[in-house]
Design a protein around this ligand. Structure first.
Ligand code: UD1
Ligand code: CA
Length: 457
């Protein structure tokens, strides 16, 4: 197998994004655009990936994994100039795929076909081209009377005749490295934009006797993102791809237009996703779950048979058959064990909830370990913060916590204990004990009548 290198041009600012961040760092379905391109190149069989960075170089570098190399282009003097900046990092033989960092929709499948075509044709340069109804703004592929590619002319340098050509340059190419290197020496900036155009390499190589070809694709894959409007269009296409992949793998998505699943999410079969659900980051959802409507899950692991309604989960783990919500929040570092039931308006933070435990309504549990089969009454609160520091509370198995109880941390409640409603617990509760920590009730007979007579009511 011959060696395939990839060069990704990503030094531009992307003015039309109106952003403080470099264009290629903007995300499509949660993944930076340039990372989509790097992954497609690698999946297409590219051995070595070099990214040309310039604007926001540090930010772009921090996004990408360690096996990507970088070339630096201080001033953006054109696409040809960007390639020149990487020249010394490139070997003299083999093929190089040149891509841009702002085309997140390009797939490894298309790149593979493109590379196969290039090899089969024995081309010196193959251009990935397309036919656009409205080719305005793009470089045009100029063909000779025999149909062969002669050159690319940029829109800004084109006369009326060339502007009438509908075959456009996607700015993705495969070059034989020896031809690329030789042609770079001849590229100049005598054009309408005073830029070093990589596209000039086509005519240069043609004149050197090289063989030029174009591989035509008809799809949104080559769409470049230049503005936030196009970013949203790309997001829509990518979202559809991701959702369709899950549906074909056995997941029901009630309304794919209103379901947002990140590229690294795994979902088990027969899970149903209701509208308004967002699942992001490194999240895994098990089998037979019902997720949503209107729930957001970030970097979390959800087991099998869970039902999550109108809720938010971050960096946590829910085991199997958990019922959560509506309107619940699970904050980072929480683990909810099997068959637990967590109802409405509850918040769990950095806590462990034991198997079969019920937290049905209006409860806050923070920095706590709650045992098995515990019942947390309505409005019960773990008072974990003293204004300066957080403290830990431990609740054993089979504990009954009455309504409106405060557990002032650090405190321990042992197995089988029973805490009376309205208690504020500050001391350890022994195994099997009833703890009451509130004033006794006093009834003043006839008090209302007396008050009325005095005119007080
Ligand atoms: C380029 C092509 C054009 C093609 C179009 C497709 C040239 C001269 N023209 O035009 O034929 O139809 O893409 O979208 O190549 N970049 C750098 N350094 C630079 C200049 C650009 O890294 O000095 C990067 C940009 O960050 C971007 C990519 O190269 O990712 C394309 O540059 P851009 O200025 O957008 O080229 P176009 O004018 O769109
Ligand atoms: Ca562009």
């Amino acid at each position: 197998m011959k060696k395939l290198y990839t060069l990704i041009l990503a030094a531009g600012l992307g003015k039309r994004m109106k952003s403080r961040h470099p264009k290629v760092a903007h995300k499509v379905c949660g993944r930076p655009m340039v990372e989509w391109v790097v992954r497609s190149a690698k999946a297409a069989g590219s051995d070595d990936v070099i990214v040309v960075v310039g604007h926001g170089a540090d930010e772009v570098k921090s996004i990408l994994s360690d096996d990507v190399k970088f070339a630096y282009q201080e001033k953006q003097l054109g696409t040809g100039h960007a390639v020149m900046m990487a020249k010394d990092m490139l070997p003299d033989e083999g093929d190089i795929m040149i891509l841009t960092g702002d085309t997140p929709l390009i797939t490894s499948g298309t790149l593979k076909e493109f590379y196969d075509f290039h090899l089969n044709e024995g081309n010196s340069i193959t251009i990935l081209s397309s036919i656009f109804d409205d080719p305005q703004g793009y470089g045009r592929i100029v063909r000779g009377s025999d149909g062969g590619v002669l050159k690319i002319v940029e829109d800004k340098d084109a006369d009326e005749k060339i502007k009438g050509i509908h075959e456009i340059n996607s700015a993705m190419y495969i070059f034989k490295l020896d031809y690329l290197k030789k042609s770079l020496e001849h590229i100049n900036n005598n054009n309408a934009q005073s830029e070093y155009y990589l596209t000039d390499a086509i005519e240069i190589v043609k004149n050197m006797g090289g063989k030029i070809g174009a591989y035509k694709v008809h799809s949104e894959e080559i769409m470049g993102v230049n503005s936030r409007v196009q970013l949203a269009e790309a997001e829509k296409v990518m979202r559809k791809r991701i959702n369709e992949r899950h549906m074909l793998e056995g997941v029901t998505i009630i309304d794919p237009d209103n379901t947002y699943i990140g590229p690294d999410v795994n979902i088990g079969i027969d899970t149903i996703i209701y509208p308004g659900t967002i699942i992001e980051g490194n999240s895994t959802i098990g089998k037979d779950c019902e997720i949503g409507p209107n729930s957001r899950i970030i970097d979390s692991e959800i087991g099998n048979g869970c039902k999550i309604i109108f809720s938010m989960i971050t960096e946590s783990k829910l085991c199997n058959n958990i019922k959560l919500g509506p309107f619940a929040q699970i904050r980072p570092d929480s683990v909810i064990h099997d068959n637990a039931k967590l109802g409405n308006f509850i918040e769990i933070k950095k806590s462990i909830i034991g198997e079969g435990t019920k937290v049905p309504h209006l409860t806050y549990i923070g920095d706590a370990e709650v045992g098995k089969r515990v019942n947390m009454g309505c409005g019960s609160i773990v008072v974990n913060y003293d204004g300066k520091r957080k403290h830990k509370t431990t609740i054993g198995d089979d504990v009954f916590v009455g309504c409106n109880v405060n557990l002032v941390s650090p405190v321990k409640v042992n197995n089988n204990a029973f805490i009376a409603a309205g208690s504020t617990i500050t001391d350890e509760v022994p195994d099997g004990a009833l703890a009451i920590a509130r004033c006794r009730q006093t009834n003043k007979e006839g008090w209302v009548e007396g008050r009325r007579k005095k005119g007080g009511l």
